[in-house]
Structure formats: C-alpha cells, structure tokens
Design a binder for this molecule. Structure first.
Ligand code: DGL
Length: 281
C-alpha cells in the first residue's frame, strides 16, 4: 500500500492546478492522474451525472477493491468533490480527499467569524456543499456564494489575461466585492489561472484561499514520509525521478491526448512528462 501511487482525478485539465500543488508538496510520491476530457465540463451537469462519472473514474483508478492500485484518491475537481466526495469515501477501500473540504477548512481557519465568499461552477454552487461545510466549521461566519460559469471556457480558450475575461469578472464579482469579504475561496480548478484578475476586483483586503495548497497539506498529513529517495535540487514538476527513472505521473484521459498535452502545459507550468494514455469507459 505504502508504495502505491496517489490517484487524482478531474473533469479534464483543470485538476492539473491541484496536481501541480501535490507534486511540489510531496516530492517523493508518484501520481496517477485521470482527466475526463471527453465529458468535460462537469460544472454544467446534474449531480446524478457527475456522481456516475466520478464512480466510473474512481473504479478505474482503484481497480480491485481487495488489492487497490492507489493508496489514496484526491478529487481535484470541485464539482465532482462537491457531489461525490462523501459518497466515494464510504464506498472506496482507500481514503478520499476532496478539494472542497480542504478549501473550506482553510477558509474557516482564516475567517472564523468573518465574511467568507466562494465562487465556483453552477453545479458546485447548486450543491451548497461549500456553504454546508462552512456553516459547520465556522458557524459565526457569513457566507456568500456566486457561480461564475463563463470563467472555465475563457481560461480554456487561453484568455486568462484578456479584456473580455476582465469584463466578465467585473460583472460576476462586483456585488461580492462590495461586501468586502475577508476570504475568497476559488472553488473551481480553473480559477487560480485568473487569480490576478479576480484579486484586482475584490481588493487587497480579501485573502484568496489557495485550494491546491490546502489539498496538498491534507494529503501530506495523511502520507508522512516519502517513498522514493530524491536527490535535492533535481526535482522538476512532472519530471522523472532522478533516482529511479520512474515518471512521477501517469496520465490517463478520455479524449484527445494531443490537445491535452498542449493545454496541460498552461496549467502545469511545463509540458507533462510521461505517457498520456487514452482510456474510454
Ligand atoms: N473541474 C471543474 C471544477 O473544479 C471545472 C471544469 C468543469 O466544469 O468540469 O469545478
């Protein structure tokens, strides 16, 4: 179990922002990443559909219940995490960590009696999961939730730094900015890509919760120690481990590996190293 990789999944490429945080925080771990590029976006779909997709991916990553192929499952997709994390945690033979819970925990610590804002896809906001967690973790906090559905296609178009994105962000966030939240959770894998734009609108008094780091901290607590001896200073994201020449990440996607490789570079900060395999259910 100890030597197994950590499974990470997302509706597509956005979860690479989370994988990037994990690769940084856990230099001795190996990962298997599944991106459901054939069925993205999840954020506009019903919770029944997102749960079905999440179960299929989890079953693929875990493999056999008696002899799991991963030691832990990280749900990098906020929408899948909102809908499926609790259910999968009960059903799977390995620990499950969802990005929603990790982000909410960090926000609650930062502003236990303040104003906490969360922005996410329509499906995540509709699930009310962030609001529920925050009410439990910080009962005195005021919570504002806002769906920002156009951010995902804008980021995927490569328009992270574009006048149209800035205009859309102003329309979505003006009301929220007036409430001057103490903390803002970027409750979607794609939003860290436009953090600068968001920060300029909400103002400096608002602290942005870094969900990828929050997840990485949770995972780190659960996997003390490292499994591969690393040579200090030679680690690069997604690169081969110097000591063993094993690629640190195996990528599985459900459609178009060439496009994945191209867009993944945007999210990972460098081209993905290692095999990208096509897997269809
Ligand atoms: N990964 C999704 C999330 O974090 C965003 C993309 C999608 O809608 O599938 O909610």
């Amino acid at each position: 179990m100890k030597n197994l990789p950590i499974g990470v999944f997302d509706s597509g490429i956005g979860g690479l922002t989370v994988l990037r945080g994990l690769l940084r925080a856990l230099p001795g771990e190996r990962f298997v990443y599944f991106g459901d590029t054939a069925r993205v976006p999840y954020g506009t779909k019903s919770s029944e559909t997102v749960l079905r997709y999440s179960r299929e991916i989890a079953a693929f990553l875990v493999g056999s219940v008696k002899k799991p192929k991963i030691k832990m499952l990280v749900i990098a997709c906020n929408t899948a995490s909102a809908v499926a994390a609790k259910i999968l945690a009960k059903e799977l033979p390995v620990p499950v960590i969802g990005v929603v819970e990790a982000g909410a925990q960090q926000a609650a610590k930062m502003a236990p009696a303040g104003t906490i804002a969360v922005i996410a896809t329509k499906a995540t906001i509709k699930s009310s999961v962030y609001v529920k967690y925050l009410k439990q973790l910080a009962p005195k906090a005021r919570v504002i939730a806002q769906a920002c559905p156009l951010f995902v296609p804008l980021v995927e178009e490569g328009w992270s730094d574009h006048p149209v994105t800035r205009q859309v962000a102003r329309i979505y966030l003006n009301f929220l900015a007036k409430r001057k939240p103490d903390v803002l959770i970027l409750g979607c894998t794609h939003y860290p890509m436009i953090q600068d734009t968001i920060e300029k609108i909400v103002g400096r008094q608002t602290v942005i919760v870094d969900s990828p780091s929050a997840v990485a901290d949770c995972v780190k607590k659960m996997v003390p120690g490292t499994i591969i001896k690393m040579v200090p200073g030679t680690i690069s994201l997604g690169a081969q481990t110097p000591s063993s020449a094993i690629p640190r990440v195996k990528f599985f996607i459900s459609d178009d590996p060439a496009r994945f490789k191209q867009t993944a570079t945007l999210f990972l900060g460098q081209p993905p190293v290692g095999a990208v395999k096509l897997t269809r259910f």
